[in-house]
Design a protein around this ligand. Structure first.
Ligand code: TRP
Length: 347
């Protein structure tokens, strides 16, 4: 008969983990699609928000740029309203347990599972052989990020749903292989209101920091004139605005601009259509510019101030990393115990 199973502390019930890649400008899509939601969630959950620099280097990053981008993205999160006392904010590489757990999960996840990841296929493109190994196992590191804290909830956008599913599969296989009920299966937090913001020049492509044209996005660092100019040049169609949502069928650019307006004003698309039905785009764009500048202006100003205060930003990251380490350490210890690693503290 096998020894009676050891018991481990119960997992938390309401713990959120989410991450953002510090690889360039935070933009309106990140803000309305994710960060604003993180700000809201921190009041209802114990929240851990991570600048995933270890994920970033799966594709080469200039070291100076990486440093600057981690600080700038941190400044963006704080400026948007994430409270570093309430939430834990840190950069991934300051907590080595992420890499340690990722190794163990590399041994749980199956090649076949990773071969199905669409993001790898998109990012590697035709040059699969030339992609880094890190890019291939990226989803395992993401699973480690989440499971390291036995997180229960993960706010993610559509593009990360498949990775979260994989994290659940890994948690389940780990629990099954070792006969434990250790990792909770992390649930997606779907934000029904989270706006899916598209490129200003192509309503079928997501607003993205990797788009070569800066005119396609509104960055959180853009000043009022730049925002006004980008909105003025945003692609539209020749018709007047519809007074009902049905009138937006096949008008992807119009829909995107109305969605942005609604998201910034906490209004539904129906309400925005009712408000602007019959208007020209020229008039609507003036209103949109006013709303965007009014909403983003204070965030941009605070972000700029914080970006210049690297001492403060670095102190937030350090404090966050120390708190994250404290949460992670006993969990990683239990994982070592579960898999049978002999440790100096004894088994
Ligand atoms: N892969 C995510 C992205 O590119 C970022 C990320 C890393 C993440 N680790 C995570 C998101 C854990 C949620 C949970 O957007």
């Amino acid at each position: 008969m096998s020894a009676p199973q050891k018991t481990y502390p119960a997992a938390p019930t309401d713990r959120i983990f989410s991450g953002v890649q510090p690889t360039g400008n935070l933009h309106l899509g990140n803000y309305l699609g994710a960060i604003r939601n993180w700000v809201r969630l921190q009041h209802d959950f114990e929240s851990i928000y991570c600048l995933v620099d270890m994920h970033a280097i799966t594709q080469f990053q200039d070291p100076d740029d990486l440093r600057a981008n981690v600080r700038e993205a941190t400044a963006g999160l704080l400026a948007a309203g994430i409270d570093p006392k309430k939430s834990i904010v840190f950069n991934q590489s300051q907590v080595p347990a992420h890499a340690e757990l990722a190794w163990i999960l590399n041994c749980v996840a199956r090649m076949g599972w990773l071969n199905r990841m669409t993001q790898f296929k998109d990012k590697a493109g035709k040059n699969r052989e030339g992609a880094s190994v890190g890019l291939f196992v990226y989803p395992n590191l993401m699973a480690a990020d989440i499971l390291l804290y036995r997180s229960t909830h993960v706010p993610v956008g559509d593009d990360q749903k498949q990775h979260l599913e994989l994290a659940r599969d890994i948690a389940q296989k780990f629990n099954g292989d070792y006969g434990v009920d250790f990792f909770p299966l992390p649930e997606p937090v779907i934000n029904a209101e989270a706006a899916r913001i598209m490129s200003l020049r192509d309503g079928t492509a997501k607003m993205s920091k990797s788009d070569l044209s800066d005119a396609t996005r509104i960055n959180l660092t853009d000043d009022a004139d730049t925002i006004a100019k980008k909105i003025r040049k945003a692609r539209t169609d020749p018709d007047a605005l519809p007074s009902e949502v049905a009138g937006l069928a096949d008008r992807v650019e119009a829909r995107n601009l109305l969605t942005i307006y609604g998201a910034l004003q906490d209004k539904t698309l129906e309400e925005v259509c009712a408000e602007f039905g019959g208007s020209t785009f020229a008039d609507f764009k003036k209103a949109l510019t006013e709303v965007a500048v009014g909403h983003l202006g204070p965030i941009t100003a605070e972000m700029t101030r914080l970006t210049d205060d690297t001492t403060y930003v670095d102190s937030v990251l350090k404090d966050g990393a120390l708190r994250a380490r404290d949460l992670a350490a006993p969990i990683l210890r239990d994982v070592h115990d579960i898999v049978g690693f002999l440790q100096p503290w004894g088994n």
